[in-house]
Design a protein around this ligand. Structure first.
Ligand SMILES: NC(=O)c1ccc[n+]([C@@H]2O[C@H](COP(=O)([O-])OP(=O)(O)OC[C@H]3O[C@@H](n4cnc5c(N)ncnc54)[C@H](O)[C@@H]3O)[C@@H](O)[C@H]2O)c1
Length: 262
């Protein structure tokens, strides 16, 4: 029998308490990794960690000290760190005419500052001389919103475009410094989970579509594959980018969106 492809690897998934992050924790575990779930929602996060036989850390991705403590605790609990999935993110839709700068800053704080700090602490931990020190893979979760123009998503799209670009810089910097860490990102299409449903509701509230169903139909209409994504399809891409099957793939944005963002 062949070994699971991530056997012996240790992974940390931010925002792992629900939605895509929970699915990533399940798929990484099924591929043989030991997973640390990191989130603000301690009860739900612990439940996921227990279900996958992993560990839990409370980690606010916007806070540098929280990363420091969270990663140290993760390494101590599972004995290393080879994979970081920078998944925690928020989406708040707004028309330009109504834009609230505080909302804009909040989106950037979680999606851009949070992801950047994750890269920082992954590099420090996985690079030579770090607490884990074996190199590894960072997978940032961007969005199809980084690649299209959808009304009311300016802040979210800009933040995810930033994730796409910082991913490439991180891959280059890791190579230049000899850190042995690959950095890629995934751009998921709309997934009909809590966040996806929330987006369809917001589009309706803002008067851009007559109903959430028609907002979803609008997205599907722009998608060559003719449907929304599933959480499993996004998780397959994350496992691929975490594994040695992608060992010469570095600094890319992998669209998993049925062709919507071309
Ligand atoms: N759902 C979609 O359709 C979709 C599509 C493309 C991209 N994405 C991206 O995928 C990622 C996951 O989305 P989801 O649908 O699972 O969303 P979700 O809202 O269901 O889950 C997000 C998780 O992140 C956690 N979180 C939020 N702020 C945090 C912080 N400061 N520190 C730590 N954890 C924090 C939340 O507690 C939650 O558990 C996000 O980055 C999102 O932008 C989602």
């Amino acid at each position: 029998m062949t070994e699971p492809e991530l056997a012996g690897r240790k992974a940390l998934v931010t925002g792992g308490a629900q939605g895509l992050g929970k699915k990533f924790a399940e798929f990484l575990t099924a591929a043989g990794a030991t997973v640390v779930v990191a989130d603000l929602q301690d009860d739900k996060g612990k439940e996921v960690a227990d279900a996958v036989g992993g560990a839990y850390v409370h980690l606010d991705v916007t806070d540098d000290a929280s990363w420091e403590a969270g990663i140290a605790s993760a390494v101590e609990q599972v004995g290393g760190l080879d994979i970081l999935v920078n998944n925690a993110g928020i989406e708040i839709a707004s028309l330009f005419v109504d834009l609230d700068p505080d909302v804009l800053r909040r989106i950037f704080d979680v999606n851009v500052v949070g992801t950047s700090l994750g890269v920082k602490h992954a590099f420090r931990t996985m690079g030579p001389g770090g607490a884990a020190g074996q190199g590894g893979a960072v997978i940032n979760i961007a969005s199809v919103a980084a690649t299209i123009a959808f009304p009311a998503l300016s802040a979210y799209s800009a933040s995810k475009s930033a994730v796409d670009r910082l991913t490439r810089v991180a891959a280059m910097e890791s190579g230049k410094l000899g850190l042995g860490v690959r950095v890629n990102c995934v751009c998921p299409g709309l997934v009909p989970n809590e966040m996806g449903a929330g987006l369809a509701n917001e589009m309706t509230r803002l008067g851009l579509f007559p109903s959430p169903e028609e907002a979803v139909a609008g997205v599907v209409g722009l998608t060559p594959s003719g449907r929304l994504a599933t959480e499993e399809e996004i998780a397959d891409a994350v496992v691929f980018l975490a594994s040695d099957r992608s060992k010469f793939i570095n600094g890319v944005a992998l669209s998993v969106d049925g062709g919507m963002g071309m």
